[in-house]
Design a protein around this ligand. Structure first.
Ligand SMILES: Nc1ncnc2c1ncn2[C@@H]1O[C@H](COP(=O)(O)OP(=O)(O)OP(=O)(O)O)[C@@H](O)[C@H]1O
Length: 341
């Protein structure tokens, strides 16, 4: 649905050329929630401006539904941009207008007749969970409610793509989750393609189907969220994943456990999706003459399913322990020895 081909964006600055986006190729599918994550300066905002036609690439093309937005100008560009909506970190509401009037604004611009506008505004207020707040002013709303107005306004003209620019970064964790749930609900109900940029892995984990990791203008890693979480390849991706998966705590736990367990082996087992429901450890204990003690564990949930990590201490004679590890690996789990001995 959205295709970025060989994109480079070079800004001319007084200190010379600055390459903000460098050789990016991406294909975003109809109806998916696609996340772009990176630290400050990675090029995320530039990417989003390329997607809505606010910036033109220095080289390469941006195509949305078969139309090349990176080449479009004038009325054609305006028509394309009507199909691409956006929500913002600081909501960008009109403070002198009520909730209903804010949501109505893009409909006025599009020349929708008054009666139709009122009906649509009522529908949208209902959709985003702001029933009864239509006559309130933005200053009377909480952050989460303001973002709900932003979402309703963005949906007014039935867009094909919703771009989210750090849409939950100004919200507390609970409100963030409520807004992410709303985005997920809208994505499912309207089959709306959502592209979001964020520096928070939690956002990616909770609602995205796929993720691209950006560093210094490049997409350094991309894939299904579950796969990227389970086996991140790049250093920067490992850093993002470790923030959320409890990996840092796991490492600390392993260090401590290694001190307490003088014999046997400590095994780290990683499992995904359906595997989280299977009693593999119990099967292993029945099958081999070993003792297994689960000493640490965590499960995370993503849009494509759960994934988890267990640290298990195995005690027994060397060949039985070895056979048990092999059994775990043959059960399609990732199992590695993490003890020092
Ligand atoms: N209009 C511009 N002119 C010159 N340089 C720019 C311009 N916009 C962005 N840059 C530079 O391009 C690089 C990427 O910036 P960009 O804002 O896209 O990154 P980002 O990942 O969104 O970071 P942040 O979250 O801090 O905005 C940065 O080095 C930035 O200084």
């Amino acid at each position: 649905m959205i295709s970025l081909k060989d994109i480079k964006k070079i800004y001319k600055t007084k200190n010379g050329d600055l390459t903000a986006v460098n050789d990016v190729n991406l294909d975003i599918r109809q109806g998916e929630i696609f996340g772009i994550i990176g630290y400050s300066g990675a090029g995320k905002s530039t990417m989003i401006r390329l997607l809505n036609g606010l910036e033109k690439p220095s080289t390469g093309s941006v195509t949305i539904n078969g139309q090349e937005i990176s080449k479009s100008t004038g009325a054609e560009l305006r028509a394309m941009r009507q199909k691409i909506s956006m929500i913002f970190q600081h909501f960008n509401l009109l403070w002198s207008r009520t909730v209903a009037e804010n949501i109505e604004f893009p409909l006025e611009i599009a020349g929708v007749p008054k009666e139709e506008r009122k009906k649509r505004v009522d529908e949208l207020i209902e959709l985003v969970g702001l029933f009864g707040r239509g006559n309130a002013y933005p200053s009377q709303l909480s952050g989460g409610q303001k973002q709900r107005v932003g979402i309703a306004r963005a949906l007014a003209n039935n867009p094909e793509v919703l771009l989210c620019d750090e849409a939950t970064s100004a919200l507390d964790p609970e409100t963030t989750d409520a807004i992410l749930d709303l985005l997920l609900d809208i994505n499912k109900r309207l089959n709306l393609t959502i592209v979001l940029i964020t520096h928070e892995m939690h956002v990616i984990q909770k609602i995205c189907d796929r993720v691209a990791v950006m560093e210094a203008g490049k997409v350094v890693e991309m894939g299904d969220v579950l796969q990227v979480f389970q086996s991140p390849q790049q250093k920067i991706t490992k850093r993002f994943v470790s923030k959320i998966s409890g990996e840092d705590q796991t490492k600390e736990a392993i260090r401590e456990l290694n001190k307490s367990y003088r014999s046997g082996k400590l095994i780290k087992v990683t499992f995904v999706g359906e595997q989280t429901n299977e009693p593999v450890i119990s099967h292993m204990m029945k099958k081999f003459a070993i003792d297994a003690n689960i000493v640490h564990g965590s499960i995370q949930h993503t849009q494509s399913g759960p994934y988890g990590t267990l640290i298990v201490h195995l005690e027994g004679n060397v060949s039985d322990v070895q056979a048990a590890i092999q059994f775990l690996q043959d059960s399609n789990l990732q199992a590695e020895v993490v003890s020092n001995d």
